[in-house]
Unconditional design. Structure first.
Lengths: 254, 175
């Protein structure tokens, strides 16, 4: 090995970072070359001087404590862990439970309201279908086009007096009335007709005092309009089209 | 690899290298207060990134973060120092003259000033090798330089330091 090859390797040689073959060759060259030996010795002296403890900067103890503190803070400072900090837990738990209870209550209340309306609507449709069955003579207990005949007929048969309106001027002919049973009670069923379509109007008292707007439902192909007025609940069920059935409901309420 | 209790594991794995981190930061910033800040920031960064630590050489992993934090800090606060591009060949002064003999008892504070006067790219390899005692492979991992570059840069850095020492001695700056 000559100087040209050895020179770039002298530092690695001094560092003991050469592979065995190169190490042996550089060592042999340094033994016989004064200039390279001189450089090598300079490196050894420099390395020895740099290894002096005086030139090593040790971390101040305050820095060590500061970093320890920052590390434990950074554990609790992340947004999620801060939110989950114990002192906030009671408030969060209370809020969560309250929200859950409110939502559940509302959902149950709403579902019950919807369910009871649905249930009643089903009963009304069943009653309507029953009244229309072929051979069934039960469409009317009191066949009459006269409201003054129909209305008194209910007296003594019901614990309430259903309003009976004459809507012949509006094209809805009263053809009779009967007793029926729906929603767990006896109800008045007033039978109207428009063309070939029969309308069953179920009437029964309601605890609610206010007036509820009309609601239009469709069940099993029948249109249903129901509303509440002056403590009475009205259910009109028919195969008549929805627009005319709503017209019927509007005429009754006017 | 850090387990479920990240904080405790992190402390155990990385806090033992606090001196190494501080030494490198102190040599690169050349200021105790700045080194404090850089090291603290480095540990916070290391903690944030520690999920990505795949085990192995934790000292090199930490020193890489310290080094990057230092250079980011230097660029921001002392852009003048890192503005020049280090030309690997530029410092390869082809001199026929033999190196001056380095005195065994060279003054350590003088040596410190000389080392602080080197470009950071030269300074860091000497600090990592001769003061921190890292292997070439470890230096390569900290600096993300190829092994051959670490080797040649270290040789040039020492040659430069040696020349600076000789020049200062000759002009009577020694003290």
């Amino acid at each position: 090995m000559n100087c040209e090859d050895a020179k770039p390797l002298l530092d690695s040689f001094a560092d003991g970072e050469l592979d065995l073959v190169n190490h042996v060759q550089v060592e042999a060259h340094v033994d016989e070359c004064l200039r390279c030996d001189h450089i090598y010795r300079n490196r050894a002296v420099l390395k020895n001087a740099l290894a002096d403890e005086i030139l090593y900067f040790r971390a101040p103890s305050e820095l060590r404590s500061r970093i320890r503190l920052s590390l434990s803070e950074s554990q609790t400072r992340s947004p999620i862990t801060r939110l989950l900090k114990w002192r906030w837990m009671p408030a969060f738990a209370t809020a969560a439970i309250l929200t859950a209870v409110l939502l559940t209550t509302f959902a149950i209340y709403r579902d019950r309201a919807v369910d009871s309306e649905n249930l009643l609507a089903n009963e009304m449709v069943s009653a309507h279908i029953r009244s229309m069955m072929v051979g069934d003579t039960h469409l009317m207990d009191v066949p009459s086009t006269d409201q003054h005949t129909v209305k008194p007929w209910f007296e003594g048969k019901l614990d309430f007096s259903p309003p009976v309106a004459d809507l012949s001027q509006q094209g809805f002919t009263l053809i009779g009335g009967r007793l029926d049973y729906a929603g767990g009670r006896a109800v008045a069923a007033l039978v109207y007709q428009r063309r070939q379509h029969v309308i069953n109007l179920f009437v029964f008292p309601n605890q609610e005092t206010g007036a509820n707007g009309e609601r239009l439902l469709v069940k099993q192909g029948f249109n249903i309009v129901h509303w509440t007025r002056s403590g009475m609940t009205f259910w009109a069920v028919s195969d008549l089209n929805a627009a005319e059935l709503q017209e019927f409901a509007a005429d009754l309420q006017s | 690899v850090l387990g479920t209790n990240r904080k405790i594991d992190f402390d155990e794995v990385f806090l033992p290298h606090l001196d190494a981190a501080y030494n490198l930061a102190r040599w690169l910033t050349r200021d105790p207060a700045d080194a404090d800040d850089v090291v603290q920031e480095s540990f916070m960064r290391a903690f944030r990134f520690s999920a990505g630590f795949q085990g192995g050489d934790s000292r090199s992993w930490l020193l890489k973060i310290v080094r990057n934090t230092c250079y980011t800090w230097l660029r921001k606060n002392r852009s003048r120092e890192t503005s020049y591009e280090l030309d690997e060949e530029q410092h390869e002064a082809v001199s026929g003259d033999p190196e001056a003999i380095l005195q065994e008892n060279i003054d350590r504070q003088f040596l410190r000033k000389l080392l602080e006067g080197l470009p950071p790219e030269f300074r860091e390899v000497i600090v990592l090798r001769d003061i921190e005692g890292l292997s070439y492979k470890e230096i390569s991992s900290v600096t993300e330089l190829p092994l051959g570059t670490v080797m040649s840069r270290l040789a040039r850095a020492r040659k430069r330091l040696q020349a600076d020492a000789a020049r200062a001695t000759q002009s009577g700056v020694l003290g």
